[in-house]
Design a protein around this ligand. Structure first.
Ligand SMILES: Nc1ncnc2c1ncn2[C@@H]1O[C@H](COP(=O)(O)OP(=O)(O)OP(=O)(O)O)[C@@H](O)[C@H]1O
Length: 383
């Protein structure tokens, strides 16, 4: 049995398997090659919606080009429907590319063709008989909410409408995978929300696998159930949005991305935030840390311990703050954030201040209950 057939048999629900993919670019004889992707591995199951995020230069475009077989990795395999795009002959790659629909940031519509003509172009390229093209175009216009727009030209459409045409064109030949490259980055917030809703609807109704590549954290938070994070060419996270929030403290690469969506300490507090005399280490039952808090209170009675808390849906809706007051006689101040929807579930993401003598016990108690926690420091008493 070939390696390819073996991979497909092992996991028939896996549409895409990226295995140890590396790609670098040479920029001249005297300079070392620039690594764009370093040993990247992940799989995407059929019907999944995955958000792939990274800052500028993280390697997103390079990965996208490898996924749609426009570029080959120097190392590793990219199995799409069990076929390795890294080694498949060019003649067979043409068929593979037809199984992948691409949605672009700047829509890439032909201005000389009307809406119907732009969508039909995909069908012509895929060799659909002319008689079936008209019916398929009508079906697609209905799907993307553009019935009655077939004779309009791109110049007569808004950005959101152009992207709907782009999505219809990408779906025309019934691909197995929809790859969206910064599909909402050129749109205003309202059109972004509408396009993300449309993609969600398409995933639900057609069961289509979608990989959305973006640098916008807000888009991923809103859309994807699973998040992949690229940083300097390496895959540094693969999990749910909640995993992502939980791991913030552990993985410094995530902080700048999460700063876009997570609550930040208000300036009145951040300007006074000081490091604790002894760092809280969640893994150690540390007497020195507990004693240092009591000693700090003698110098600054009423000091507030400042921490970031991530709560799962059950804890987020529980009366947690009054529970802390009852158990430990601490006051809890909600400084920023609260409870909202993350991915598909309700969750808490907040910054709180704790005052009281039993703050160390409270922090340990929260440690057991919170999905994620980070002690940021303390703010001295202003009394
Ligand atoms: N053709 C190329 N020649 C030389 N270097 C390249 C080439 N393509 C990409 N790179 C380099 O590879 C790295 C990753 O680039 P890539 O375009 O994949 O990142 P990106 O995450 O898509 O960034 P952006 O969000 O800014 O588009 C960068 O350091 C980039 O300069």
């Amino acid at each position: 049995m070939s390696q390819e057939a073996g991979a497909q048999e092992k996991a028939p629900d896996v549409l895409l398997a990226v295995e140890h993919v590396s790609r670098s670019f040479s920029t001249g004889a005297s300079t070392p090659p620039v690594p764009a992707l370093k040993d990247v591995s992940f799989t995407v199951r059929r019907g999944e919606v995955v958000g792939l995020i990274g800052r500028s230069g993280a390697g997103k475009s390079t990965l996208l080009r490898c996924l749609c077989a426009l570029e080959r990795p120097q190392e590793g395999r990219i199995l799409f429907n069990g076929q390795d795009l890294a080694t498949l002959p060019e003649t067979r790659l043409i068929d593979v590319r037809r199984r992948i629909g691409l949605v672009f940031q700047h829509f890439n519509l032909l201005n000389s063709r009307n809406v119907a003509g732009n969508i039909a172009l995909s069908l012509q390229i895929a060799g659909w008989p002319r008689a079936r093209q008209k019916e398929r175009v009508a079906e697609l216009l209905k799907l993307v909410g553009l019935e009655g727009f077939e004779r309009k030209y791109p110049s007569q459409l808004s950005g959101g409408q152009k992207q709907r045409v782009g999505i219809a064109r990408a779906l025309a030949a019934k691909p197995d995978l929809l790859l969206c490259d910064e599909a909402t980055s050129a749109l205003d917030p309202e059109s972004t929300a509408a396009i993300l809703n449309l993609l969600e609807e398409i995933n639900r109704s057609l069961g289509l696998t979608i990989v959305l590549i973006t640098h916008e954290m807000d888009v991923v938070k809103r859309f994807a159930r699973r998040v992949l994070v690229l940083d300097h060419g390496s895959l540094v996270e693969d999990g749910t949005m909640m995993d992502f929030l939980r791991n913030r403290a552990r993985n410094p690469a995530l902080s700048p991305l999460l700063a876009e969506i997570q609550p930040q300490l208000p300036p009145a507090y951040s300007s006074r935030l000081a490091p604790l005399p002894v760092t809280f280490r969640p893994e150690v039952k540390d007497r020195a840390w507990e004693e240092s808090w009591r000693e700090l209170l003698t110098r600054s009675p009423g000091a507030q311990l400042i921490m970031r808390l991530v709560l799962d849906s059950r804890t987020a809706i529980s009366p947690l703050f009054s529970d802390l007051d009852r158990r430990f006689e601490v006051e809890t101040h909600l400084l920023q954030g609260g409870v909202g929807t993350i991915g598909e579930a309700l969750a808490g993401d907040m910054i709180i201040g704790l005052t009281g003598h039993r703050v160390p016990e409270t922090v340990r108690y929260l440690q057991e209950r919170a999905s994620g926690m980070e002690v940021l420091g303390y703010v001295p008493s202003d009394r």
